[in-house]
Design a protein around this ligand. Structure first.
Ligand SMILES: [Zn+2]
Length: 404
């Protein structure tokens, strides 16, 4: 066989194994006969694939009484607890690491400062911190993958960073370089897009195939899930909702334009606005207090006029931008994550009203916006990236090729 044919044979193997694994994951406990029917694979192929999955401990057999009576029937179900991963958030001068198993249980977490530095030192430091973390927390546990999520832009398919706001990673094949250092497969992705996928797999949009997560923190970003997958363009990130142009006379944004949504509703923008109004002598219970998003939300819920006005205006702007997203993607659900959620009673009805009035009537039902489940878990997106790699076959194949 030529190299190309071998590659094709491997690909077919991977596609078939992942089709069987996905069926067991989504429909299990399920019989081999039923898997063959649903996957259109020959029963002999199903037997062969399930044998390999059993050998690696990825699935197990359950024996039960057949519905037709008489003979005992065997069904298959996935096993996720023994497989672990380290999810890393490569943030803005901060590193967060979490050890999860594939069921989503946490077995260790660490947050540490991670200052800017040049590329070779950066890679060495990243490698050292992850290796130390594995040594300290994993013990005898089987670690099968690493996932790195980050702000900025990534080409997740190629494992390449396009832009990171804090580190000189532009153009770096991070997945490959880190993978070679750690001896484990590494998956990378944008933090918000990955979080949207986590909400789809484990969180507030589990029951729908199409959803949008909007995250308002340091910046404003979105992750769009269509048909259960992250909506993207040739593997690259899309949905930079924070840079939707809202005001031609607005403030200068980090991206170089003016009047982006981010300059109006991100946490820093709201706190700046509060500070300015306080300096101008507006009455508020916030005068003399440390200005934080929590304090602003608390003040708004206590009907402090200044705080109410700031949050109301932000909610209206956010609603306007979300109505555009709803018109474009017609999601079944829109999730919001961010400190703004602390003033949910005030903010959500305003956003919902904007969506209701500004998007197509058939595109929204009831209360379109709800709170995302993962408000504070910065690494949960990494768990989703690894789960995806397992379901889509790339990681599954790696595990199947390991000696058990
Ligand atoms: Zn911008």
């Amino acid at each position: 066989m030529t190299r190309g044919q071998i590659a094709n044979v491997d690909l077919v193997k991977q596609v078939n194994s992942s089709a069987v694994y996905r069926l067991i994951d989504s429909r299990g406990p399920i019989s081999r006969v039923r898997i063959a029917e649903l996957s259109h694979l020959a029963p002999a192929s199903v037997t062969k694939i399930t044998r390999a999955l059993l050998e690696q401990g990825l699935i197990r057999e359950l024996e039960h009484q057949a519905s037709t009576g008489g003979r005992r029937a065997i069904s298959l179900t996935t096993v996720t607890q023994p497989f672990h991963l380290v999810a890393v958030k490569l943030g803005r001068e901060e590193l967060q690491l979490t050890l999860y198993n594939l069921s989503g249980q946490e077995h260790g977490r660490q947050v540490l400062p991670f200052p800017r530095r040049e590329l070779d030192n950066l890679m060495a430091a990243l490698h050292r911190h992850i290796a130390d973390f594995i040594q300290r927390h994993a013990g005898e546990r089987r670690v099968v993958a690493i996932a790195v999520v980050m702000p900025g832009l990534t080409d997740a398919q190629a494992g390449r960073v396009i832009y990171h706001p804090s580190y000189p990673l532009a153009g770096v094949a991070l997945a490959e370089r880190l993978g070679a250092l750690l001896g484990l497969p590494v998956f990378i992705g944008n933090d918000i897009r990955a979080q949207a996928l986590a909400e789809h797999y484990f969180g507030a949009s589990q029951d729908c195939l199409d959803s949008v997560l909007v995250s308002v923190h340091h910046g404003v970003g979105a992750g769009i899930i269509t048909e259960g997958r992250i909506f993207k363009s040739q593997g690259r990130d899309v949905a930079e909702i924070g840079h939707i142009h809202m005001d031609p006379l607005g403030e200068r944004c980090d991206c170089g334009n003016v009047g982006c949504l981010e300059t109006m509703v991100a946490d820093a923008a709201l706190l700046r606005q509060a500070e300015r109004m306080l300096a101008q002598g507006y009455q508020s219970c916030l005068a003399g207090e440390a200005l934080t998003m929590s304090a602003l939300c608390r003040a708004a819920l206590a009907e402090d006029r200044l705080a109410v006005n700031i949050l109301r205006q932000a909610a209206e702007r956010l609603g306007q931008a979300l109505a555009i997203v709803v018109n474009l993607f017609n999601p079944q659900r829109v999730l919001l994550s961010g400190a703004l959620c602390e003033a949910e009673e005030l903010v959500f009805p305003i956003i919902n009203r904007a969506i209701t009035h500004q998007s197509l009537p058939g595109f929204h039902q009831g209360q379109p916006i709800i709170r995302a489940r993962f408000q504070h878990d910065q690494t949960i997106g990494g768990l989703a990236l690894v789960k995806r790699a397992l379901l889509e076959g790339e990681l599954l194949q790696r595990i199947l090729e390991q000696k058990s």
